[in-house]
Design a binder for this molecule. Structure first.
Ligand SMILES: Cc1ncc(COP(=O)(O)O)c(C=O)c1O
Length: 455
């Protein structure tokens, strides 16, 4: 073992927590370039999941580096509460330009979880300013994920990430996910009459609309549902139900936002206007922490009519170096047409993925949109019976894929929070057709090795 690896492995015990799943990292990430990451021995890995579905324009883009250095040479930090922040103002203008109609204001923060917390607080204060302070509850979905902080985790429906923190969380109500492959109501589309959307109306009636502040959902599922894509009627129905009950619709675009699904925002596939959008990950290309909450003007109007300040803020919020990085990422996405590219190459990505993987008996479902794909693993394809959760099969597949040089994002709990295994692939937007072929070839081989072990 090299000295460098030995030292790193010894020091690893000094980092508390944050291990993703049962596998402890055993290699050093040395550097990144385009769609690739390289380990300490120079071995190349395709970053086929973009980390946690986050890398957008690829690794090591010198244009982002140069823009960040230019800003650092001027000033790296000043407090947003005391100074006008030019890069951030330019970023707000750009974000609003690409946002759905009537979303006209931005609040910046540093992570997707902070964005969820911020959105929950904006929604509640909006009701408070309108004389409805009892509207506080946020309804989410089983399965859904909105972040690790306590408010965000309370709004999530992701048992494996929540179970150790029961007493700390608000046990806000949830509706089932609009996942046709495993319909929570055991119905079949279209005769189901989109019962999964009607469930929101039912639960609000049961709780009492006077207590419900907002409904939060990822437009296309992420880690919790392996990229579930609701049917076309779903979000228009959700929008109507929210309006009927004076409940705000928070659209969590932390993964789907900024191009990955082939539109700037995932919700555009349904032509629906949310009240609040949260986003992070792809907007900064992962060069630096940055997240945004985009707010409907009806909310802005209430705050300004009441002369109310939003009681909130973070020290590092809207850091000018991060804002400059985001502006450059957006420049690159626009100049290189990367959103259109996600839509176009996304077609090839799904065609190839299905061609290479569907024949495996442990591949139950392949779903998603653009460059966001979820693959559900099953023990029995016909009955959709899952594996024993103790086997942690998606993590085993990750290991096998990594040995071949392909990174995927494993997770579990799609069925009832505990059972059901799946993984996500969400490569950088610059991936080419031949690189897609290579990555799926590696995954195909990883599945063959995996099936030899488990079947
Ligand atoms: C849909 C969604 N919302 C929120 C978050 C939280 O984002 P962060 O990890 O940046 O706090 C995530 C993270 O994976 C996510 O996928």
């Amino acid at each position: 073992m090299s000295n460098r690896l030995e030292t790193a492995q010894k020091l690893a015990g000094k980092l508390f927590g944050t291990v993703h799943g049962p596998l402890v990292p055993k290699i050093i990430c040395d550097h990144g370039e385009g769609i690739y990451l390289f380990d300490q021995n120079g071995k190349k890995y395709i970053d086929f999941s973009g980390g946690p579905m986050a890398v957008s324009i690829g690794h090591g883009d010198k244009r982002v580096r140069d823009a960040m250095v230019e800003q650092m040479d001027k000033v790296s930090f000043f407090f947003r509460g005391f100074w006008l922040n030019e890069p951030l103002l330019a970023l707000a203008e750009r974000v609003i330009k690409i946002s759905p109609p009537n979303l006209t204001m931005c609040q910046f923060c540093n992570s997707g979880s902070e964005a969820t917390e911020t959105a929950i607080k904006i929604a509640h204060q909006y009701h408070v300013e309108r004389g409805k302070p009892e509207k506080y509850m946020v309804i989410g979905r089983w399965q859904g994920y909105h972040g690790m902080t306590l408010g965000a985790l309370s709004a999530s429906g992701f048992t494996l990430r929540q179970s150790k923190f029961g007493q700390l969380l608000h046990h806000w109500p949830k509706i089932g996910a609009p996942l046709c492959y495993r319909c929570p109501h055991e119905l079949i589309y279209p005769t189901c009459n989109i019962r999964c959307a009607q469930a929101l109306d039912e639960i609000i009636n049961q709780i009492g609309a006077q207590y419900v502040s907002a409904f939060i959902a990822e437009p296309i599922g992420g880690a919790a549902t392996a990229c579930m894509v609701p049917v076309l009627e779903y979000y228009p129905m959700i929008r109507k139900i929210c309006d009927k009950h004076d409940v705000l619709f928070i659209d969590d675009e932390v993964i789907a936002g900024f191009g990955r699904t082939g539109k700037w925002f995932g919700i555009e596939h349904w032509g629906v206007n949310p009240d609040i959008i949260t986003s992070a990950k792809g907007m900064t290309g992962c060069y630096t922490p940055m997240a945004v909450v985009i707010i409907h003007d009806k909310i802005g109007k209430v705050f300004s009519e009441k002369g109310a300040a939003f009681i909130h803020g973070f020290t590092m919020e809207g850091n000018p170096v991060s804002a400059k990085a985001c502006l450059t990422v957006l420049d690159i996405m626009e100049k290189d047409g990367l959103v259109e590219r996600c839509a176009q190459i996304g077609e090839y990505f799904f065609k190839k993925g299905r061609e290479k993987l569907s024949h495996h008996s442990t591949v139950g479902d392949i779903r998603g949109k653009g460059l966001l794909m979820g693959i559900e693993m099953v023990k029995n394809k016909e009955s959709k019976e899952p594996f024993d959760p103790a086997l942690k099969v998606s993590y085993r597949l990750q290991q096998l894929a990594m040995e071949k040089g392909c990174m995927i994002y494993p997770t579990a709990g799609v069925i009832n929070g505990i059972r059901g295994d799946h993984f996500l692939v969400a490569p950088p937007f610059i991936i080419t057709e031949s690189e897609i072929d290579t990555a799926f070839d590696m995954l195909d081989e990883a599945f063959t090795d995996f099936e030899k072990e488990v079947l």
